[in-house]
Design a protein around this ligand. Structure first.
Ligand SMILES: NC(=O)C1=CN([C@@H]2O[C@H](COP(=O)(O)OP(=O)(O)OC[C@H]3O[C@@H](n4cnc5c(N)ncnc54)[C@H](OP(=O)(O)O)[C@@H]3O)[C@@H](O)[C@H]2O)C=CC1
Length: 301
């Protein structure tokens, strides 16, 4: 089966898996330290036929590598979905997106997100908050200027989203959150809230369960049995479970074969409803696995 899409609330279509994130293992603290291995990997990803979905952010400091790969690629711009995020390295999203567009050498991104409702670096008074409403208005300006096709948020809880929905003239289409079988609500009620308001959830770190050391429990035996049934590996089963929960998986790999496999194999299998529900149930019974934004969200484990 070919690549699938989710339909956003505004009618636009988004490729239903982001096969290459440039954060996590590719994250850098210094933009000027060029990682040619990353550029090579993105270049190979851009050779995969059809639309490919890439994930970027200001704070990953990987625009130079992504820009170099895009420059060398012959793939038409409309076959590349670029998600980017404002992480508050620049003061506001207008400056930040102008910077990333110039580094990436493109005229627009497909989706621009507020990376989190917090400032990673504390304000002078020690707080981590900032003016979300003012910032959202700037994102809307970026849509009107044609610099991004869609806008959204990341790591937002229900209350933060409510603030945005109240004032939005252009609605958030996406909330990219940490989501895996062992963390089905990054913050209380976020899954149901997003469904109700037609905000597409994206799952970053969807494969976190595989990083657990003790894999002797029923969850792992069950996922492994499904991998055998569908002639694949546990990673693909977990990505497919995310997709069948109506959530868009955002994954990455240093191994090109895995990127290729995530892009193809996930569309060749279909879990039954019973299998999806059983993964959800066994996952919920397992201890929470949360890797990011822990100082803010560990309280919800
Ligand atoms: N908005 C936010 O705050 C955040 C966004 N993100 C975004 O999400 C992206 C993905 O996050 P990440 O946590 O890396 O995602 P995953 O949960 O998909 O983890 C990727 C890891 O899993 C391994 N892997 C990949 N495929 C398989 C497979 N089939 N079987 C077993 N292991 C596999 C890879 O290792 P190997 O290299 O050895 O294949 C890699 O180390 C980031 O790059 C970033 O773009 C991430 C964190 C926070």
């Amino acid at each position: 089966m070919p690549l699938q899409y989710f339909k956003l609330q505004n009618g636009n279509k988004i490729p239903a898996i982001s096969i290459f994130g440039t954060g996590t293992q590719w994250f850098k603290t210094d933009e000027s330290q060029f990682n040619s291995e990353l550029t090579n990997q993105i270049s190979k990803v851009l050779e995969i036929p059809g639309v490919v979905h890439l994930d970027a952010a200001e704070i990953y400091r990987t625009y130079p590598e992504l820009g170099a790969a895009l420059k060398n690629s012959t793939k038409p711009r409309d076959e590349i979905w670029i998600t980017d995020k404002f992480s508050r390295i620049h003061d506001d999203p207008i400056q930040a997106l102008d910077y990333s567009l110039s580094k990436l050498g493109v005229e627009y991104v497909d989706l621009y997100l507020l990376h989190s409702p917090f400032t990673p670096k504390p304000n002078a008074d020690g707080s981590h908050t900032y003016d979300l409403v003012k910032t959202w208005k700037q994102l809307e300006e970026l849509v009107r200027a044609g610099k991004t096709r869609n806008i959204g948020v990341s790591n937002f809880g229900v209350e933060d989203l409510e603030k945005i929905l109240e004032i939005a003239e252009i609605r958030p289409q996406v909330n990219q959150i940490e989501y895996n079988a062992f963390l089905q609500n990054q913050t209380p009620g976020i899954y149901d809230f997003a469904q109700k308001h037609q905000i597409l959830l994206e799952a970053y770190s969807p494969l976190s369960p595989l990083s657990v050391e003790d894999k002797s429990g029923e969850f792992f035996q069950y996922v492994q049995s499904l991998a055998s049934k569908y002639s694949t590996d546990s990673g693909i089963i977990l990505l497919r479970w995310v997709y069948q929960r109506g959530v868009l998986p955002v994954t990455t790999s240093s191994k090109f074969e895995r990127v290729q496999q995530s892009n193809d194999k996930i569309w060749e299998i279909e879990l039954t409803e019973e299998e999806v529900n059983k993964i959800s149930k066994l996952g919920e019974e397992h201890e929470t696995v949360r890797k990011y934004w822990k100082p803010f969200y560990d309280q919800y484990n």
